[in-house]
Design a protein around this ligand. Structure first.
Ligand code: FAD
Length: 571
């Protein structure tokens, strides 16, 4: 058993009460934890699995105003999302960066992107394609929401000739391209760990968080918590329980004795391709376009690979959350429509991932048109005086605002004041992050401590200013060496993450503390090598190393329904 779990669960067991218990360590739960800790509230958080392993690990990596939500008339949400996007560019510049986004348009008055501006439709709910004119109006509105934020440039429109000069691999039938700016979220999982670290730093012993700890029931007005590694249980008392369990919100309420029907999540999948030609064809931009069925698809260069997503399919939480072969066919077909000269096939897929959006229940409304806004529901906890606040909805983009909203509701219930807003508080490694080339070089020189500058630059890109602690750990570890099978990482770096970032299982490290799984470097050999490298700090013996290596591979391929069979036949 990892030392980290023992410590985190023990801290809850030793003092089984707090003012607030947050259930769910996705980005919304973690941000609420951070906000409350900053107000001096005694807060505890649990996640049944690893932190940031649910919907928050399945995103399209965009921090976006959500231009297409304009079509649903969601002006409040788009305005808030654009404002939050601009704020995150400022307070989390290490992971949130401006992203140039291009929409290829194939006609003037109809077109490839039908999503924006459904609200302009006069009658008829039938899907109709939208062309350049309507996209232009949408982008003007979008820009107007950005006014005053000053964080990203305004949109531009190009005709066919210039579009093909800028992006020569585009389908030559293109008539226009519209280019605007949103933001990319390079490392969602690492940003979430920063949020967690900030909360703990602000609250000290009064901000406790344990992964692999599930809320499994209610007993005498307390929530029963179970260590999912050992099976040990403890009833935990809190005045307010925040149910931030994303797509599992109804299931959590059921476990607490109050079956609700708030949620109607839809599944979305992505594939990650190792295809240098496709990578080059994007020109460093996200290509954002609409399929004939009205779904929005993106092709997006990230970490030397190309991310392609996403689908939007009704999902029952009892079913496995996987990226099916039909979804893969759909993605490959779409790439062919937009970039027809580039050859793409299954052998180039290095990683698949899927997740369920925590959307509100939506009856017959098509998934793409369901509101992406959030709300908070309140109910008493069975058998006691505590109140349960359930978050319904909530995107990555708006996590700071939705957490502030939830925290305000909690503070009202506790009759406690808000001491500060999180609006302008830098997050984790965004604190003191050098944003000019000159400041960056100075930071690198100041912190190199004998390491090559190129390596320090990589660590700064990977961790923001939190890299200072990673560098210290590397310098102090006499046995540091680049991994043979995943050379972008080193043994001391991984040991530092394993010891200090709540790593319980190897897949926590492969998928959420590093990008090794995402870029397709979690091969059999690499996984084994990494398990051996971190074994000393996690107290793993040879048997545990073998078990973790096996589990690590399974988890990396968990969203690929073909993997188990293929790997069994190749052994
Ligand atoms: C395919 C897809 C693409 C997306 N793309 C984007 C995007 O580009 N930009 C954007 O802004 N948003 C995007 N989103 C939305 C965004 O990712 C989610 O809305 C957001 O991450 C939800 O976070 P959350 O914390 O509410 O839920 P989650 O991240 O799901 O966290 C809930 C946590 O609760 C835990 N849990 C559940 N039950 C229990 C229990 N009983 N006890 C303890 N723990 C429990 C789970 O293990 C989980 O970790 C996307 C979502 C999907 C699925």
């Amino acid at each position: 058993m990892a030392a980290g779990t023992t410590r985190a669960f023990s801290a809850l067991k030793d003092r089984p009460y707090a003012d607030v218990l947050v259930i769910g360590g996705g980005i919304n739960g973690l941000a609420t934890f951070r906000d409350l800790a900053m107000q001096g509230v005694d807060v505890a958080l649990v996640d049944q699995s690893d932190f940031v392993s649910g919907a928050s690990a399945a995103s399209s990596h965009m921090i976006h105003g959500g231009i297409r939500y304009l079509e649903n008339g969601e002006f409040r949400l788009v305005h808030e999302a654009v404002t939050e996007r601009n704020a995150l560019l400022r307070i989390a510049p290490h992971y949130v960066r401006p992203l140039q986004t291009t929409i290829p348009i194939f006609s003037t008055f109809s077109g490839v992107l039908s999503a924006p501006l459904r609200f302009l439709r006069h009658g008829g709910g039938k899907h109709r394609e939208r062309g350049a004119a309507l996209i232009k109006i949408g982008l003007v509105i979008y820009d107007s929401f950005s006014r005053g934020g000053g964080r990203v440039p305004r949109h531009t429109f190009r005709g066919r000739k210039r579009s093909l000069t800028e992006l020569p691999a585009l389908n030559p039938d293109v008539k226009y391209t519209a280019t605007y700016w949103d933001a990319s979220l390079h490392d969602p999982e690492r940003l979430a760990i920063d949020v967690l670290r900030d909360g703990r730093a602000a609250g000290g012993d009064r901000a406790r968080a344990a992964n692999y700890t599930a809320a499994v029931g209610a007993q005498d007005g307390r929530v029963v918590l179970r260590d999912t590694v050992t099976g040990e249980e403890v009833p935990f008392a809190a005045s307010v329980v925040v149910n931030a369990s994303g797509p599992w919100t109804d299931l959590t309420n059921s476990a607490l004795g109050d079956p609700t029907r708030y949620m109607g999540g839809t599944k979305g999948s992505h594939i990650v391709l190792d295809n240098p030609e496709l990578f080059a064809a994007t020109g460093g931009r996200e290509l954002f376009f609409e399929n004939a069925d009205g779904r929005i698809v993106l092709i997006y260069p990230l970490k030397g690979r190309v991310l392609v997503g996403t689908t939007d399919l009704e999902h029952d939480m009892g079913d496995p959350i996987v990226c099916t072969e039909a979804e893969v066919d759909y993605f490959i077909d779409l790439i062919g429509q937009v970039l027809p000269r580039i050859s793409v096939d299954r052998s180039q897929i290095v990683y698949r991932f899927s997740g369920v959006r925590p959307l509100p229940g939506h009856g017959d409304l098509a998934p793409g048109f369901v509101s992406r806004d959030y709300r908070v529901e309140s109910a008493p906890l069975e058998g006691g005086d505590a109140t349960v606040l359930s978050l319904v909805g909530g995107k990555w983009t708006t996590f700071r605002a939705s957490a502030e909203h939830l925290a305000d509701r909690v503070l009202d219930l506790l009759a406690r004041p808000r001491h500060r807003s999180t609006k302008n508080v830098p997050i984790g490694g965004g604190n003191g992050y050098p944003t000019t080339e000159r400041a960056r070089q100075q930071w690198i020189s100041r912190h190199a401590d004998g390491l090559p500058h190129a390596r320090v630059a990589t660590l700064l890109d990977r961790y923001g200013t939190v890299a200072a602690a990673v560098i210290e750990a590397i310098v102090d570890d006499a046995d540091d060496a680049a991994l043979t099978h995943a050379p972008a990482y080193s043994t001391a770096e991984l040991r530092h993450l394993a010891a200090g970032e709540d790593v319980v299982h190897l897949d926590d490290l492969l998928l959420r503390r590093t990008s090794i799984g995402f870029v397709g470097e979690a091969t059999d050999a690499a996984v084994r090598e990494i398990a051996e490298a971190v074994a000393p700090v996690l107290g793993w013996d040879a048997r545990r190393v073998a078990a973790e290596a096996r589990r690590g591979l399974e988890q990396v391929h968990a969203a690929d329904p073909t993997w188990a069979e293929a790997s069994a036949s190749s052994r």
